[in-house]
Design a protein around this ligand. Structure first.
Ligand code: NAD
Length: 286
């Protein structure tokens, strides 16, 4: 683990709903995690921007500091217990406390996706990497960060999951199993530490467009047809939900999997095909 001196704390922004809170976000060097870091910092939180990609973490933390916020970039492989333990200790020493953990990091590289297929054709390395980063990594961050949150008097832990972690699909079997695992971990942690003021929830994310992972147009259209909202998700929409669950505004929500998915998981499997059928026959009644 190494830290970025250039991104160390400066003065925070007063008056936000996360004022005074210290938030650890894993995988925050890019993608949705980076937007969460920016938005939560805008609400007054000090952010530990944790990523295996130090340059990305430094960029995100540096931009927050430039805007007058507080951020610290840390290079940590979340699948490595020693690095995670050191990360948690460094954040607590630097900011004096930890209040919130968002387990956002996941391995989603093209190589990983190519190997993570249907079960018969599963590349075993891809299976092991998905479990190591997505599930073991989330557990390790919880294991080493939660004691700091409890010392601070309680707080909020969140896990990024996916519709694939709740319903069957044709490929990405390892990713799906790892995400089902983190949704369960959120409930175990809610049960174990709730009486000490710690809440734990999972966020079941629909398709949020990420320039780092552009979708082929045909696949984008299939997914859009199955969201009930006019558009696919935007990183800011997800970050607003993370800010809500991190804050005291959500103080009665724990042990929950919140679907932030534009209704992707809430309709009949035949709905999109029915919509196309009705459009073809010019009627909307059976
Ligand atoms: N984008 C979506 O539509 C979508 C949908 C459902 C769920 N999610 C979940 O949201 C989260 C963020 O997704 P994203 O689209 O921003 O992905 P992303 O690939 O853009 O970001 C993942 C981040 O995790 C980091 N990372 C990878 N391995 C790591 C490790 N071993 N240690 C530390 N950091 C590591 C990467 O460097 C990267 O910055 C993931 O958990 C993903 O499963 C995203």
């Amino acid at each position: 683990m190494s830290t970025s001196k250039s991104a160390e704390a400066s003065s925070g922004k007063p008056g936000g709903k996360l004022d005074g809170k210290v938030v650890v976000i894993t995988g925050a060097g890019g993608g949705l995690g980076a937007e969460c870091a920016r938005v939560l910092a805008g609400h007054g939180a000090a952010i530990a921007v944790v990523d295996i990609d130090l340059a990305g973490a430094q960029r995100v933390a540096g931009a927050i500091v430039e805007q007058g916020g507080q951020a610290l970039a840390l290079c940590t492989d979340v699948s490595d217990a020693r690095q995670v333990e050191a990360m948690a200790a460094t954040v607590a020493a630097h900011f004096g406390r930890i209040d919130v953990l968002y387990n956002n990091a996941a391995i989603l590289t093209n190589e990983q996706r190519a190997g993570d297929r249907d079960v018969v054709n599963m590349d075993l390395g891809a299976w092991d990497r998905a479990m190591a980063v997505n599930l073991r990594g989330a557990m390790l961050c919880a294991k080493y960060v939660i004691p700091h949150i409890l010392r601070a008097g309680g707080g909020s832990v969140m896990f990024a999951t996916s519709g694939l972690g709740a319903q069957g699909d044709l490929t990405l079997s390892a990713y799906a199993a790892s995400k089902a695992g983190v949704a369960m971990l959120a409930k175990s942690i809610a049960a174990q530490y709730g009486k000490q003021g710690l809440r734990s929830n999972a966020i079941q994310i629909g398709l949020v467009e990420n320039p780092g992972h552009p979708l082929p147009p045909d696949i984008r259209q299939i997914l859009l047809d199955n969201h009930l909202t006019p558009d696919l998700g935007k990183p800011r929409q997800l970050a607003d939900i993370v800010a809500f669950l991190a804050s005291d505004e959500s103080s009665f929500i724990t042990g929950h999997t919140l679907a932030a998915d534009g209704g992707f998981s809430s309709h009949t499997p035949s709905m999109a095909a029915m919509r196309a059928y009705f459009a073809k026959v010019g009627s909307n009644s059976l």
